[in-house]
Unconditional design. Structure first.
Length: 502
């Protein structure tokens, strides 16, 4: 397969990802809503060329035949402080508790002028834990925070339970320097929760940025820095105070920097939508929003863009041209039937691609284990089709969340992202033009004009799409993005101001 970056060596014996020729390395169903955003930002904030350079920049040198690398700071002291008491305790070792208590004591020594130091630290913990994004039933080192500042964008950290047990069996475990094994017993290079979906998205953007002038890349970098840093200086200071004090007191036994290598994407799979993805990200980041609203909507937008990427790669592989997603807004019976049939067509396309790639793989490889064959096939359904549906149902782009008659729709958050990523801040666009733009960007079919472009026009169905368009008009008006000038003319408006001093 042709890859981006060019000529990256693909492990053809990697049976865990036989669909890499369609989607790259890789999408994974267990990666959650915020973890796509977190992984993307983790790469962006990390050093690139060596351990200390090019933080909060995109890669600028993509060498032929080499995977891109980045250098992460695990910040285990900070993570332990935030999550340890509230994470799963069943698999912790005694040294985890000792390290946590030692960190708290170190911090107390640095606090002056406060009588109840325990309460003070507890309030800091409550503040930082308030940004928790991914908790579930995970151990403390596996949990994630919303990316409100660069210091809270955490990398993967998985405990190596066997190594942890062996490391602490000996009687001299408390001797000088031996506690560094606390850090040695974590694995930072696995992709379990940050499962590479954010990497695929990053490469998708980087591939397009290579075509643009340097000033465009620099502009986008500036907006992402503003996104991460402008409203979070106090949080950054607190996070650095915690981690720096741990590093200074325990410099011989805490982690510093870990080098990670990215995967790859097929060179042509996502090219057509890349120009939209980059422009949408750039336009969205221009809007002056509250920090939490900005994070939530960007996570929403990235999940939507990833759905588009998965669909585009499937259509590209099957040589079927542009995808069309018929969106049911009116919820009328006939419109629902049309949308359900269209949704089934899209899922069938995914199924055909998976079947084709599975058959090609089985013809080229000698696999005699029936259970392994079933797993390889089911992985395609789980990590591609089920993942696509999971993304859509969380966004409410696919309804209902459970049950039959699945079809495409739109939620308030998705519409808000579409407006803020397609229309410049404090600008307007006619409703017809906006419907045309979201068709061009995503293949969303709402009104009769877009239905005709989708090569599915049946004159008898026109009235259903007119009603669907009118329902969308009322929907977007009710959430504050549309102004009626007359019965025939309506303007979709982005009411937000542009971010200043980027």
């Amino acid at each position: 397969m042709n890859t981006y970056p060019k000529n990256v060596k693909v492990d053809e014996n990697n049976n865990k990802n036989i669909y890499k020729g369609i989607y790259g390395h890789r999408f994974h169903k267990d990666q959650t809503f915020y973890e796509y955003l977190i992984e993307f930002l983790l790469i962006f904030v990390s050093a690139k060329n060596n351990r200390n350079e090019n933080e909060m920049e995109f890669h600028t040198l993509v060498e032929d035949g080499k995977k891109l690398e980045y250098y992460v700071k695990p910040r285990m002291g900070l993570r332990r402080f935030i999550f340890f008491e509230r994470g799963m305790q069943s698999k912790n070792i005694p040294e985890d508790r000792e390290a946590y208590e030692e960190l708290c004591n170190i911090l107390k020594e640095k606090i002056d002028g406060i009588s109840d130091k325990d309460l003070f630290l507890e309030k800091i913990q409550d503040l930082l834990h308030g940004y928790a994004a991914v908790i579930k039933n995970r151990r403390w080192c596996e949990q994630m925070l919303l990316p409100v500042c660069p210091e809270l964008v955490f990398c993967e950290a998985m405990p190596d339970d066997k190594k942890r047990i062996n490391n602490f069996k000996s009687e001299d475990k408390k001797t000088s320097g031996n506690k560094m094994k606390i850090v040695d017993s974590f694995e930072f290079k696995k992709h379990n929760f940050l499962a590479r979906g954010g990497e695929v998205y990053y490469l998708h953007i980087l591939q397009e940025l290579e075509k643009r002038e340097d000033k465009y890349r620099i502009e986008l970098e500036g907006k992402l820095k503003h996104f991460l840093c402008n409203d979070s200086k106090k949080i950054s200071s607190i996070a650095n105070w915690i981690q720096d004090n741990w590093d200074l007191s325990c410099s011989d036994r805490d982690d510093k920097i870990v080098k990670l290598a990215m995967g790859y994407i097929p060179s042509d799979a996502y090219k057509e939508s890349a120009k939209y993805t980059v422009d949408e990200l750039n336009t969205f980041l221009s809007n002056q929003l509250t920090p939490m609203n900005r994070i939530e909507l960007l996570a929403c937008g990235i999940n939507l863009q990833i759905m588009r990427m998965m669909s585009e790669a499937t259509h590209k592989y099957m040589n079927k041209g542009k995808n069309c997603w018929i969106v049911d807004i009116s919820k009328e019976k006939e419109m629902r039937k049309i949308a359900v049939a269209n949704f089934d067509e899209n899922i069938d396309m995914f199924m055909e691609a998976i079947n084709k790639e599975y058959e090609n793989y089985m013809n080229e490889n000698d696999i005699n284990d029936r259970m392994e064959e079933i797993k390889l096939y089911n992985d395609g359904r789980k990590h591609i089709i089920d993942n696509f549906k999971a993304r859509g149902k969380e966004l409410k782009v696919i309804i209902p969340s459970n049950g039959k008659y699945e079809r495409f729709s739109l939620s308030e958050d998705v519409v808000k992202f579409l407006v803020l990523s397609i229309i410049e801040p404090n600008s307007k666009m006619t409703l017809d033009k906006f419907l045309e733009e979201i068709y061009n960007h995503y293949g969303f079919v709402i009104g009769p004009n877009e239905f005709a472009k989708c090569n599915k026009m049946d004159i008898s169905l026109k009235n259903y799409f007119l009603k669907n368009k009118e329902a969308f008009r009322e929907f977007i008006k009710n959430i504050g993005f549309l102004k009626d000038l007359s019965d025939a003319t309506a303007l979709v408006e982005n009411p937000y101001q542009e971010v200043e001093n980027l």
